[in-house]
Design a protein around this ligand. Structure first.
Ligand SMILES: Cc1cc2nc3c(=O)[nH]c(=O)nc-3n(C[C@H](O)[C@H](O)[C@H](O)COP(=O)(O)OP(=O)(O)OC[C@H]3O[C@@H](n4cnc5c(N)ncnc54)[C@H](O)[C@@H]3O)c2cc1C
Length: 313
């Protein structure tokens, strides 16, 4: 980034009282713990400051990536010469009646806890996601038969410089998919709806989901969750069937507990992880004719136009 632009951004963030860091990298901002250094990372602590930041970066022509908890991304090992805007401090949410309005950086686990305390059902699965409300909306995250789409009312978002509101229909939710994956729209907040139940019933459902998740998935290891998915086929079962559990490249390994997870077990690079994902995609195609879509989002990778992306189109 041009040094004058960087200085201007730093000065503006100081004026807005928004923390900016120049010494961090994607390895510290993602659950998988890999990826290169970042020119500037910015941490707005309210929706208002987030909007100001994004508008200013846009005006200055700075290459910008928005990150929540970084639990569904793989950032390239090379230097990112732009700004990463991290939303986790813009994390307010409020409950009114049967609805919750959550700022994009709200922790899904904290949201689930508050919902359970109020005896509101439908969002139990949020307790199983290690991310934010915004990140969950982007991938229509879900598990155990629940997902964001099933509880979604609307989103407030920033599209270019314009504030917009999107209905559930306008978000085009699909399996691990939404309009936010295809257009440069930043989710500012989401309004979600729930059904009345009892506190104990919701707490019990949350506990059961968490137990099931912990017994099936390697939650204590560094990962970005399941790396691949298919609309109709359980991809991890096929990866297991092909004998890839324990398959290793550098410091990365396919989990022995759940074949859908690729773990950073020993100072892995993002390239190690990426090579495993590519190999699994290739094998799934060669052996089953199956096009497995990548669930983790790539950041700052040059090689986005791989053969699999072409086939997806
Ligand atoms: C151990 C583990 C278990 C997991 N289990 C599940 C599961 O059961 N089900 C499931 O669906 N997922 C699961 N995941 C994946 C992940 O937790 C979810 O997708 C989560 O919702 C991502 O939220 P995040 O805040 O971490 O998003 P990030 O990883 O920070 O971002 C994901 C993408 O969204 C973009 N983004 C983030 N915030 C915004 C915003 N406000 N506006 C626009 N774009 C934005 C980012 O640029 C990126 O492209 C799991 C991950 C891990 C590590």
């Amino acid at each position: 980034m041009d040094v004058d632009i960087l200085n201007a951004v730093a000065a503006k963030m100081k004026k807005y009282k928004i923390e900016a860091r120049f010494d961090t990298g994607f390895d510290r901002l993602t659950t998988i713990g890999t990826g290169g250094k970042i020119c500037i990372a910015i941490f707005p602590d309210s929706e208002r400051k987030l909007v100001k930041t994004l508008r200013y970066l846009r005006k200055m022509g700075v290459d910008t990536v928005v990150l929540g908890r970084g639990s569904n991304v793989l950032a390239a090992d090379g230097y990112f010469d732009g700004a990463v805007v991290v939303t986790v401090r813009a994390n307010n949410f409020r409950i009114r009646g049967n609805t919750m309005t959550a700022c994009c950086g709200a922790s899904t686990a904290a949201m689930a806890k508050a919902l359970a305390e109020r005896g509101l059902s439908g969002g139990e699965f949020l307790s199983c996601l290690p991310g934010t409300a915004g990140g969950a909306a982007v991938s229509n995250a879900g598990c155990f038969g629940q997902d964001i789409k099933s509880i979604f009312c609307s989103a407030k978002a920033l599209y270019g410089d314009k504030l917009i509101r999107l209905s559930a229909q306008e978000c085009h939710f699909g399996k691990r998919d939404s309009i936010f994956k295809h257009k440069d729209i930043i989710v500012l907040s989401v309004k979600l709806k729930f059904t009345r139940s009892s506190r104990q019933a919701v707490l019990d459902a949350v506990a059961e989901m968490r137990r099931n998740k912990a017994s099936a998935q390697p939650l204590n290891a560094r990962s970005a969750g399941c790396v691949l998915y298919h609309d109709n086929v359980a991809v991890s079962r096929l990866i297991d069937e092909m004998g890839f559990k324990g398959y290793r490249v550098g410091g990365a390994e396919v989990s022995a507990k759940h074949a859908g997870f690729v773990l950073n077990i020993d100072k892995a690079t993002s390239l190690d992880i990426y090579l495993i994902i590519r190999r699994l995609q290739q094998e799934l195609w060669d052996r089953y004719g199956l096009i497995a879509k990548r669930e983790v989002r790539l950041i700052n990778f040059e090689d986005e136009n791989d053969i699999f992306s072409k086939r997806e189109k």
